[in-house]
Design a protein around this ligand. Sequence first.
Ligand SMILES: Cc1ncc(COP(=O)(O)O)c(C=O)c1O
Length: 365
Amino acid sequence: MEKVEPGVPCHGAAATDLASGQGDLLRQALRTMAASGDVETRLRQHPPGGHRHDRAVLATYLLERGIDTVPDNVLLTSGSQQALDMVLRTLALPGDVLAVDALSYPGIKLLASAHSLKLAPVPVTATGPDLDTLDQMCRARPVRAIYTIPTVHNPLGWVLDREQRERLANLARLHDCLLIEDGTYAFLESSPPPPLQAFAPERTCYVAGLSKNVAPGLRFGFAVVPDRHLEAATSGLRAAAWGAPGVITAIATSWISDGTVTRLEKDRREDAAARQDIARAALAGLDITAHPVSYTLWLALEPHQRTDHVAADLAEQGILVSTADAFATGPTRPRALRLALATPPRDELGAALRRVKDTLDAIPP
Ligand SMILES: Cc1ncc(COP(=O)(O)O)c(C=O)c1O
């Protein structure tokens, strides 16, 4: 019960527990679907990217995030990961350079490898990527795309300010790079600056999904794709998935339309903030970096504390953590752990984290 992260490699928000308490929601949605007259249409073939009326639901929802788009530019996918896959498989060629934060979401490494892209790690600070270095990197060799998580970064939790976003958009324009904006955790920040998509709509693919704000098992996501890339992206999606999943889309769009998603997002923000408070109290005195409303926390270790030893020791106590290696996109491996705060019941989180602190304190310098 004290697991901080599930025992499978999961470098997102350890979202297994995020679905708890939602069985009733699903039962209700299935009952409503069963009672509706057009249930059969959900079993017919859907076009890649989804039907226009389903995309329209997303376009309206995205207005809340500062994205002003039309249904045709929204493609529905099976999660953010498939949206990222679609973008990379269609808009980059093997051997192209993909700039990524030196610490980033591990799924992007899998995709870069799957599509034979070269990762170019951009040094990071606690407040965002080093944009001067990114500029130099783009001058030194062609960079096809920049993958970025501007709002509630995984794993460092930063939210780029307006100036950083403008600079990033201008850099992408100057060097003619595609911007891949990952908004998977953006809902956790209640009033972020506008998304990059608003600064550079002509070159930004915005991807997100409902795994973190609703439930990871739903496998529902979407991408907002600029006009000039729509045809290629749609055909890439056809290759990967043939058509949008009808039943899941029906459930997801009904939860978006009736306000369930907005309500769950608010609940998640409250829960994540409470968990961060517990974590900051339990780990007081340690070097932590995290967004105040998020389900993850970056814990830098002291020079005498080896990440692999600490992770193994914690695992023996039933507390699973990720080491920085999973998030490192280049050769630099910081001495740090990434803790996922979503999995343990909230009333057990403090005790589990105090065990983490005790374990670190017990290591002789
Ligand atoms: C930053 C980021 N992007 C994308 C994903 C993939 O999410 P999905 O479950 O929607 O495919 C994750 C999952 O952890 C993530 O952390």
